[in-house]
Design a binder for this molecule. Sequence first.
Ligand code: NAP
Length: 527
Amino acid sequence: MITGKNYIGNNQSAKGNKTYKTFNPKLNLENASVFTEATTGEINETVNLASKTFKEFQNIPGIKKAEFLNAIADEILALDDELIQVYCSETGLPEGRAKGERGRTVGQLRTFADLVIEGSWVEATIDTAIPDRQPMPKSDVRKMMVPLGPVVVFGASNFPLAYSTAGGDTAAALAAGCPVIVKSHPMHAGTGELVSSAIIKAAQRTNMPNGVFSNLNSSGIEVGVQLVEHPGVKAVGFTGSIRGGRALFDLASKREEPIPVFAEMGSINPVIILPNALKERGMQLASTYAKSITLGTGQFCTNPGLLLGIKGEELTSFLNELSGEIVKIEPSCMLHPNIIGAYESNKDRAVSQSGLTITADYDSDVQTNFARQTITTVEGKTFLENPTLHQEVFGPFSMVVQCEDAKQMETIISRLEGQLTGTVISEEGEASHYSDVIAALQNRVGRVIFNGVPTGVEVCPSMLHGGPYPASTDSRFTAVGIHSIKRWVRPLSFQDWPNEILPNELKDENPLEISRLINNENTSRKI
Ligand code: NAP
């Protein structure tokens, strides 16, 4: 049952007087539950509890953390239809999508459970002493990753499960040994509360210290700002807009003790369609891309917002086909009135730029909160000269850039802001003739895709979900997959530390039987 209260560790609390409701965009109606925003007192109480809990939680063995993570997955599944119904009522997304995202969320939790049971993720590195080294003896030095401390997680509105309350950031931070405080997304506060209740049940069932997880409600930016400024918070995970991520990054940098903000933000995901591919399968590509642009009403950070080709008959035919195909697709509902408002105003801003032509705009009546898909086109030179055209229009919108030649395409790519993905569509053997364009693309993005679509992010260790700024605030890390745990840890070296008080990961006898780098050799052996 949804109470509308905050979770301060295991306790529910609603001391504030600012309340709000979520919204059903399909019905164009507010949902019934009333949520109470956290007060400054509740925020302080939450962070203080998390700081206290960190002392215990950071030392909990991997096997116990794994029990907790698996229990969260079980408790989320036990919420069953109630969770799916609330998710759908707060997003307008279909049931199939809700179930798919739940599967991904549960899968991520279990993957991190496996990771911490196996244990080698701490990157234990040991250099044994050489007492008789000349001219100076060498100390025994051992290093491993340790958790940073309480982490604040901000989820995005378009992934209420997989990138929110118990999403990738939370799963990775808990696996690392960091208590988590979620700043609940106001648009899916009910989904957030249900998932929080599952996490709290799992924490109690597996005897985790109180305060390992908290969930704070907020309907504006104040709660998030106070959390990021709180000295007890040691890192921030954010998924959302460039504006939001950058604001939090700047706040965190201005603190007396600056802290890392790992923000995964917007992107226009350039797609390069090479001439032979356009010639051989332009029509098929148009149909594939019409579907990718409108998938989930275009509400994916990997949505293909920019298609680049070399000017000519084939590109014109592709553009006409894409424009024809996209308006055949039935418009669908966006997540909430603010998102559709932002879509309309960002689209207006783009189409009001000189030189941009609309080639498709769904022009029949649509229900309230449903988005009209739009395709536009522009000359390469105009695009190059106007950075406003490089901005994300979050929704079912894409721009086809008609480049003069490969050189102009390379210049355009190299002047784009950092992106999550870049795609190359090529016939066999064709890509090798465009090595400069491809090299430029690799310098601007976190993931390069060959002959596919950028939408869809596989959860696996080799996935990089991030990219040069502003796709993310730190291109060295991924937000998806097991390596995302590295955002919440720091290396700590132990010099000449007695074996009995070393962490188990670094003890001579290797009680956890993990793989370690000993004197430059990867091994699971004892010392
Ligand atoms: P958003 O408006 O930035 O909101 C995300 C969260 O940040 C919300 O909880 C919001 O709180 C908070 N927030 C925003 N600005 C803030 C500020 N100045 N100070 C403190 N808190 C702030 O993003 P969204 O509309 O939910 O999501 C859509 C965006 O996310 C798109 O741009 C999309 O590309 C991006 N996205 C990126 C990824 C990725 O992995 N890279 C994945 C999904 C989505 P309030 O709502 O209370 O303001």
